[in-house]
Write a protein that binds this ligand. Structure first.
Ligand SMILES: [Zn+2]
Length: 74
């Protein structure tokens, strides 16, 4: 079966994430699917320019953003 069919629809939103390096809350683009939340891959912290790929999402700003397809790794 095509993997595009069985992957859930993630929602692109803005939120606040915790940067591990500078230990601050910074705004970032996040992907949300019900309780599964993580940052959009490839972002950097606006304060210290470290990667936000493993940052913890603490809040999501948008109440009902438009759904998007999950970004593929390739
Ligand atoms: Zn930082």
């Amino acid at each position: 079966m095509n993997d595009r069919v069985i992957k859930p629809a993630y929602i692109a939103a803005t939120g606040r994430v915790h940067c591990f390096l500078c230990s601050h809350l910074v705004p970032a683009n996040v992907l949300v699917n019900r309780r599964d939340q993580f940052t959009t891959p490839g972002q950097s912290c606006p304060r210290c320019h470290s990667s936000l790929d493993s940052a913890a999402v603490l809040s999501v700003d948008n109440a009902r953003p438009a759904p998007i397809a999950f970004p593929r790794a390739a």
